[in-house]
Design a protein around this ligand. Structure first.
Ligand code: NAD
Ligand code: ZN
Length: 355
């Protein structure tokens, strides 16, 4: 069976298009006393962007903190706050921020219509009811979270997404001006998420013409952005993220992502930087990609943290391996059906210990 996957239904792209959000939401407002929830990264609390969010009287802005990447408990807490705010559901949920804030918005919109805890739905196609209408407004480019059918969450047991057709945004607002203020190192780490997605998808056993078309385009854009530079880099990186996300929709990521999930579950590292730390040790699996990645990091004077695993406790290391091994499709994509013979626990531990 071929997957019949859901895509984002509406996309607006262009410098300054954020100002159209008001009109877009107006169409979804049902009555005078209905409301929209805005989940906005609290890094923007005092910013010009905050003043540009045009709220109507009953709208509810929640400043979300993403110092820690999204946890199921935080999603449950946010969902409770929205339910406590009004006895009717909102007409929409809007996430404004990087991958973390967008994932929070996706998860809250799902949990408003599905009972229980977000942790109950970590996995594939466990969501029963359609989400509340939800909109993603990225302020960092690279995760592909704006187009993907998952919201990545750390739960009590594991770091695993809520993967479902209902997770996909109904609308995304791609305004390259919003990413202009991001710190250079963060921009690099998140941008490399796309680059690594593409290397993993293009070198994977799941590769097909659909993934290849998007993956090659995203890779080309990443090269233009991180090796050449130029005035329209933010626009290009935004489209690289979009294409990178589309590429993995019909394939999978690989070893770097599997290991980086384990690393960030135990050490709390954010996804972008975690990927960069791991990727630098994967020459054996992705030699060309790793070489080019190093040239990009040099060009941007990025200094990766080292020796972060050397001193972790034994049981922490075991947990990292457990988390990485849950992600079977990633390993199978990278190494083929016989991956279990190639990637033993011992081999994974050796890789981790070098980081
Ligand atoms: P992020 O959202 O975690 O943000 C990183 C930091 O940058 C935060 O401190 C944030 O406040 C700050 N920030 C965001 N935008 C900014 C801006 N314009 N100016 C200044 N600071 C800004 O970073 P990310 O790399 O975009 O996202 C990583 C998250 O995305 C992880 O939680 C990861 O699990 C998730 N992710 C999801 C998917 C998916 O398909 N759903 C895919 C990959 C990653
Ligand atoms: Zn990623």
């Amino acid at each position: 069976m071929f997957r019949n996957f859901k895509m984002v239904s509406r996309v607006v792209f262009g410098r300054g298009c954020f100002d159209q959000l008001d009109d877009i939401l107006a169409e979804k407002r049902s009555e005078d006393d209905s409301f929209i929830v805005f989940l906005v990264d609290d890094v923007f609390k005092q910013s010009r962007l905050a003043k540009r969010i045009s709220t109507k009287n009953k709208d509810f802005i929640i400043w979300v903190n993403v110092d820690d990447e999204p946890k199921t408990a935080y999603v449950d807490d946010l969902t409770r706050r929205v339910k406590g705010y009004s006895n009717r559901p909102p007409d929409g949920v809007v996430g404004i921020g990087g991958g973390s804030a967008m994932d929070l918005a996706k998860a809250v919109s799902l949990m408003l219509t599905n009972p229980g805890s977000a942790a109950d739905y970590q996995g594939w196609d466990l969501i029963k009811n359609p989400a509340v209408y939800h909109v993603g407004v990225p302020t960092l480019s690279g995760t592909g979270a704006e187009v993907s059918r998952t919201t990545v969450l750390s739960g009590p047991e594991k770091k695993l997404g809520i993967n479902s057709d209902h997770t996909v945004f109904d609308q995304i607002v791609l305004d390259p001006e919003l990413v202009a203020g991001a710190p250079a190192d963060q921009r690099f780490y998140t941008g490399m998420d796309t680059y690594i997605h593409c290397v993993e998808s293009l070198n994977g056993t799941y590769l097909n013409a659909f993934s290849k078309a998007y993956g090659e385009k995203a890779l080309e854009l990443c090269r233009e952005v991180f090796l050449d530079g130029g005035d329209d880099s933010d626009d290009k990186l935004m489209m690289a993220s979009y294409c990178g996300g589309m590429s993995i929709a019909y394939s999978q990521v690989g070893i770097c992502h599997a290991l980086s999930y384990g690393l960030s579950f135990v050490l709390g590292l954010h996804h972008g930087i975690g990927n960069c730390i791991v990727f630098d040790y994967l020459d054996e699996y992705y030699p060309d990609g790793v070489n080019e990645f190093r040239r990009m990091a040099d060009k941007h004077a990025v200094c990766l943290p080292r020796n972060i695993v050397a001193d972790v406790e034994k049981d922490q290391l075991e947990k990292m391996v457990d988390v990485a091994l849950v992600l079977e499709p990633l390993w199978e994509n990278a190494l083929g059906a016989g991956w279990k013979e190639i990637m033993t626990r011992d081999k994974i531990k050796k890789l981790y210990r070098r980081m």
